[in-house]
Design a binder for this molecule. Sequence first.
Ligand SMILES: C[S@@+](CC[C@H](N)C(=O)[O-])C[C@H]1O[C@@H](n2cnc3c(N)ncnc32)[C@H](O)[C@@H]1O
Length: 278
Amino acid sequence: MADEVSGAPGRPRIDTSVAHSARVHDYWLGGKDNFAADRAAGDAVMAAYPGIVASVRANRAFLARVVRFLAAEAGIRQFLDIGTGIPASGNTHEVAQSVAPASRVVYVDYDPVVLRHAQALLKGGPPGTVDYIDADLRDPRRILRRASRLLDLSRPVAVMLIAIMHLIGDQDDPYGIVRTLMAAVPAGSYLALSQVASDIEPERMAEAARRYNRLAKEQQRHRSRAEVTRFFDGLELVEPGVVPVQRWRPSSEIESRARSAMWGGVAASRDRPASHHR
Ligand SMILES: C[S@@+](CC[C@H](N)C(=O)[O-])C[C@H]1O[C@@H](n2cnc3c(N)ncnc32)[C@H](O)[C@@H]1O
């Protein structure tokens, strides 16, 4: 992507002076939607943790396996994918609609570069099955209001928070955000979540976070397995629980041997006691 500071009229401004997570992620995945500042941050992380490219790839493979599981085995037909990222191979609607063509997918991200790709995402599936919301995860109620234009929130929804929660610091109440989202969807819904680990290759990951945080807009907050498991409180984890993403129902021995520093899991929302109903 050519360096650009302000967008054309009516297009959101893209700040190229500092690294943005969507663009750094795109760089690691070999995409073209990144600038010098993103590549510098991406390289700084790679120098501290050489496994980063393998890790983001393992996370994308996790995303695809999770969506296939939700669509094919759990019968989910509605997906709320928050922290969409710049489209890469195996986007949520592609995987879900390859199983069930009428699956509905609402994507959410706050990055202007992702927004520019939204048109292509919307054209991706059968008409009226994919929507995009330009919104901040830290305002989950706004996301729910907008998502309800396409999704029927009285029927099961898979809430997907894939590789985004490490970009939500403790000051922004990450557990409260997840609780708000899951309280708005009925029993039979699912939470799918992955996030960068603090307790896998911990020294390298701590150095990677320090380097990234010096260069990037969003600060990373890595979390331990116990801290990631807490996101699933009140839900029923499906096997194998919270594990390194490559170990979550790998489709081959090779896939399971990938390197990653990410925890991931999927859990179902079951009937809550009456006092917990909204
Ligand atoms: C590391 S990428 C993950 C992309 C994709 N989910 C995946 O796993 O391949 C994180 C994405 O979350 C978005 N993001 C970060 N903080 C956000 C926030 N507060 N609200 C909405 N999107 C956010 C970024 O713009 C970026 O596109």
